[in-house]
Design a protein around this ligand. Sequence first.
Ligand SMILES: NC(=O)C1=CN([C@@H]2O[C@H](COP(=O)(O)OP(=O)(O)OC[C@H]3O[C@@H](n4cnc5c(N)ncnc54)[C@H](O)[C@@H]3O)[C@@H](O)[C@H]2O)C=CC1
Ligand SMILES: N[C@@H](CC=O)C(=O)O
Ligand code: NA
Length: 434
Amino acid sequence: MKPGLRVALLGCGVVGTEVVRLLNEQADDLAARVGVPLELAGIAVRRPDRVRAGIDPGLLTTDAQTLVTRDDVDLVIEVIGGIEPARTLMLEAMKTGKSVITANKALLAEDGATLFAAAREYGADLYYEASVAGAIPLLRPLRESLVGDHVHRVLGIVNGTTNYILDQMDTHGAGFNEALEEAQALGYAEADPTADVEGFDAAAKAAILAQLAFHTPVTAADVHREGITEVSAADVAGAQGMDCVVKLLAICERIPSQDGRNGRGVSVRVYPAMIPRSHPLASVREAYNAVFVEAESAGSLMFYGAGAGGAPTASAILGDLVAVARNVVGGTPGPVEVTYAKLPVLPMGETVTRYYIEVDVTDEAGVLATVAEEFARHGVSIQAVRQVGSGEEAQLVVVTHRAPDAALSATVAGLRELEIVRGVTSVMRVEGDE
Ligand SMILES: NC(=O)C1=CN([C@@H]2O[C@H](COP(=O)(O)OP(=O)(O)OC[C@H]3O[C@@H](n4cnc5c(N)ncnc54)[C@H](O)[C@@H]3O)[C@@H](O)[C@H]2O)C=CC1
Ligand SMILES: N[C@@H](CC=O)C(=O)O
Ligand code: NA
């Protein structure tokens, strides 16, 4: 057989361990698929003394910098996570002509431009399927299969940890912290789970998706982000009362304009929202992910599968590894990102959404009219309103029609100022309906 391609692995945690296992277990098949064997040249770790079953201790090093620049290394897999030293290591690898495979959405969403520029400059491949929606082939379809189409919208559940937590709260009445601990134990959560529960992880993925879908530069800082830490048992119960379920959604939309096909700009946002139980996303349980892509000619496509966890993520990495290795063997580099469209990312206030609002009110004549007037004052049309309880317990539950988010939040602020309002107890956007 021809000489093999030598692979450096950076990081050997939840995902890295599974990458090593698959590389070992599937060595013969991978060699047959690529045309040459793939051999592990070294594994950069922080704690080399830790016992790692099935891993040759002779491969371990704490010197990642030297590993990525070694002459006998052809390809680099980065599964350390975070911004530094991951960025420097990947840049060093590409500078020395090595292609890179990464699962690092945080870095791609913060400074993908630098990485893509280096890939272009040094003729290296940069593949990152594992960075969004774990095992689900989603980036390659956007990057290759759909690159001849015109994508209007990408919408879905892209964070396994938060979906696991919300699912446990909905189906078992579990508490937030208890469900988060389970998700961590199952290997779904980021090293710092704040990235999951505050929506940073989903926002990074939304930025990557929007950039690919709309061929326009989008970074994590452009994404409107709300996490699930404020989602209470009462919100979940409120959703159940509406025959809805709460999901953390990532939504990337091209906002139409009167003139011009590209649209006025794009809206990229992440927030918990109610969706009807009849919606396909409502049945996405545990740490699964699901994403709809709506494109002009292809129509609506749905991608579903394991969005987190060591083995599923390693599957996406191995897929990229084989693709990149084939490119190296064939001497044909993979696709290079283009962000020619330069569409503005529109402020959240201009995005059109719907709200579900629960208001504690004094139970007296004219209250409904006063509340309705506040909505009207901001040009927000009410779709449905009902009173729950009476006397001290009186509550109005209002669901609006679609309106600019700025008008909806101004309405909520106005409601809080009304004398007859004792408190606004739940505010949540409603998606997947109307
Ligand atoms: N766990 C999951 O379900 C998924 C993770 N990812 C991404 O994959 C990457 C890795 O995630 P996990 O494996 O879950 O994290 P992890 O925290 O389990 O593993 C990261 C490993 O890198 C090591 N490390 C950190 N700095 C290092 C350095 N300078 N040199 C050598 N080793 C270093 C850590 O000691 C740790 O063992 C992250 O970018 C994450 O966002 C992507 C999709 C799913
Ligand atoms: N922490 C992430 C891991 C995959 O990207 C998640 O929970 O989805
Ligand atoms: Na993926």
